[in-house]
Design a protein around this ligand. Structure first.
Ligand code: NAP
Length: 249
């Protein structure tokens, strides 16, 4: 038996071009999975992803796709399914457009809900059909601890991430008898481009709320996603795993 947790699996990772998604793509490749990552831009590290894939007997492909666009998602998922069975889907693409609710424009609300939440509905609707037919599959949605405890200045983002949790649990109930598992992770404060743009003062305030006393590396989120995607988690569905250094306990 292979010691690679995802040997021979075909996986879709949305938002795999950088940050947490890129770490998930790398971790999946290292576990022997072939990955198609959906994002608007190709990863600056695509060359090294190809090397990593070759080293582990896998393949990696970038699929240009705006995950908030229904037609683009349907076409991208169908193209992946035509190349081989879809075993794993990770809905990770996400954006922030922060601001106090009184000043927030409707566009800022809609952009965040569409990219972070509607995207997961679109990708799952297209991919779960195939998983159900094969009576096998694992879906992991990347929520946030903010979707559980809230955060002033992020009503749109927190609503999208709380929505993802409700979506995860409801879909898990819909597809459980068909052999498909659906889980979520809820990261706390992770070092990526998304958090890099926060003002220094806000970062220090956030760090002060983390019992482990430090921010997370993207790889620390990816390792839990690998676990949930793999057969190691074969009896886990509808679960939300916080990966937040204790921030939301
Ligand atoms: P990031 O470094 O900014 O990466 C975001 C990724 O999402 C990129 O690959 C980006 O690719 C993709 N993306 C954004 N809009 C997209 C769209 N419309 N269509 C397709 N892809 C899109 O952010 P991150 O920190 O890694 O965040 C990844 C996920 O983790 C997000 O869902 C975020 O909410 C969540 N999260 C992050 C933290 C944190 O502290 N960083 C904490 C909790 C949860 P392109 O720009 O190439 O399209």
């Amino acid at each position: 038996m292979s010691d690679q947790l995802l040997k021979g699996k075909q996986c879709i990772v949305t938002g795999g071009s950088k940050g947490i998604g890129l770490a998930v793509v790398k971790a999946f490749l290292a576990e022997g999975a072939s990955v198609e990552y959906f994002s608007r831009s190709k990863s600056e590290e695509h060359g090294s992803l190809e090397t990593l894939a070759a080293e582990h007997g896998a393949t990696v492909a970038w699929v240009a796709c705006d995950v908030a666009d229904e037609k683009a998602v349907d076409a991208a998922v169908e193209a992946t399914a035509a190349r081989g069975p879809i075993d794993v889907v990770v809905n990770n693409a996400g954006v922030t457009r922060d601001g106090l609710v009184f000043r927030m424009q409707l566009d800022d609300w809609k952009a965040v809900i569409d990219t972070n939440l509607t995207s997961a509905f679109l990708v799952c609707r297209a991919a779960a059909r195939h998983m159900i037919k094969r009576r096998s599959g694992s879906i992991v949605n990347v929520s946030s601890v903010v979707g559980i405890i809230g955060n002033g200045g992020q009503t749109n983002y927190a609503a999208s991430k709380a929505g993802l949790i409700g979506f995860t649990k409801s879909l898990a109930r819909e597809v459980a008898t068909r052999g498909v598992r659906v889980n979520a992770v809820a990261p706390g404060f992770v070092d990526t481009a998304m958090t890099d743009k926060l003002p220094e003062e806000a970062k220090e305030k956030l760090k002060a709320q983390i019992p482990l006393g430090r921010t997370a590396r993207p790889e620390e989120i990816a390792s839990v996603v690998v676990f949930l995607a793999s057969d190691m988690a074969s009896y886990i569905t509808g679960e939300v795993v916080k990966i937040d250094g204790g921030m939301g306990m």
